[in-house]
Design a protein around this ligand. Structure first.
Ligand code: SF4
Length: 322
């Protein structure tokens, strides 16, 4: 089926076989279950959810470091394995949470940023140097840092280096995996604003992985909410923030929004801890924590209802709401 999406996941799942101890029986851990998503040109698609919900496993599959157990990952309309790995790497780059551990401490900043260009043989030494200078300037790194080492830079500066390295091959898509959560609050907004400016200037699309809805509201155009390996709600950022439908989305929003009488999102408290992914609850996986759970929620998984405002998986919305 033809698609205009830069990146598309079709019914993607990933499971692992794990055991709790040498002689314990093997169990299957279903980290990602039937995820379908599209990243269109210019999108900032935020993937949100608590730790352990499957966000990182999904990112690894997108980065080709982990194959899906089933389903398809399409890039530019083609199955991910139909293009050569080098071109796929060029098209999709990543910025990770901890800039310090993602940068080689023994290499200079110039060396780190230029490495992708050298690996992909993008120009002679003078051209590579000119490209690195231009990208460093673009992300706000002074030229004097070219010969510095990561430990000589602040956390925010190191994250700018990581962004420069991700941009140097002129990718179409950047996966931002919690890119500000290891930074001081005062630096977070600088990095977020830089990402917003770069998107406009370079025509980038982002898949932005975060547990922090305050950050997501700052820059996302679309939001997908993940719970125990499933996308339980998705839609435009405005729809998700103004009219969240899934009780889990409401709970996430309630945990970050300041009450605003007459306008705020209902303060739905979660009634239990995040379930063990090795023993997911029956029916709707959210039912042990859901304040609106009904008897059928324990037995039957809710359908995925798609309408003009997005998609939601909850028995409260059995029919499209048009
Ligand atoms: Fe809550 Fe039931 Fe909806 Fe699940 S299906 S979110 S348990 S109301």
């Amino acid at each position: 089926m033809k698609t205009d999406a830069l990146l598309e996941l079709r019914d993607v799942s990933r499971s692992f076989i794990v055991r709790n101890g040498l002689f314990a029986p093997k169990k299957q851990l279903q980290a990602v279950r039937g995820v379908s998503l599209k990243l269109m040109p210019g999108d900032v698609l935020a993937l949100v959810g608590e730790s352990g919900c499957g966000k990182t496993t999904l990112a690894k599959m997108l980065l080709d470091t982990l194959p899906p157990s089933s389903g398809q990952i399409l890039r530019g309309g083609s199955a991910a394995n139909a293009r050569n790995r080098r071109e796929r790497t060029r098209q999709l780059q990543a910025v990770f949470q901890d800039p310090y551990s993602s940068l080689n401490p023994r290499k200079t900043i110039g060396n780190i940023v230029s490495l992708p260009l050298r690996v992909h043989q993008q120009g002679n030494p003078a051209e590579i140097r000119a490209t690195v200078d231009r990208i460093m300037n673009l992300v706000g790194l002074p030229p004097r840092f070219y010969n510095s080492y990561p430990n000589q830079l602040s956390g925010g500066q190191r994250q700018r280096v990581a962004i420069a390295r991700a941009l140097v091959l002129r990718p179409e898509i950047i996966i931002c995996d919690e890119p500000t959560s290891a930074l001081d609050v005062s630096v977070q907004s600088q990095i977020l604003n830089l990402l917003i400016d770069l998107r406009a200037e370079l025509g980038l699309s982002y898949l932005f992985i975060s547990h922090d809805l305050a950050v997501v509201e700052h820059l996302a155009s679309k939001v997908a909410v993940m719970y125990l390996g499933r996308i339980v709600e998705s839609g435009t950022a405005r729809t998700i923030f103004d009219n969240p439908r899934h009780p889990y989305t409401r709970a996430l929003l309630a945990s970050v929004l300041t009450p605003d009488p007459g306008k705020g999102v209902p303060d739905i408290q979660l009634g239990a801890t995040f379930p063990n992914p090795l023993a997911p609850p029956s029916g709707c996986a959210f039912h042990p924590r859901c304040p609106l759970a009904r008897p059928e929620c324990r037995i039957e998984a809710p359908p995925n209802v798609v309408d003009e405002t997005g998609a939601v998986e909850c028995h409260l919305y059995k029919e499209p709401i048009l």
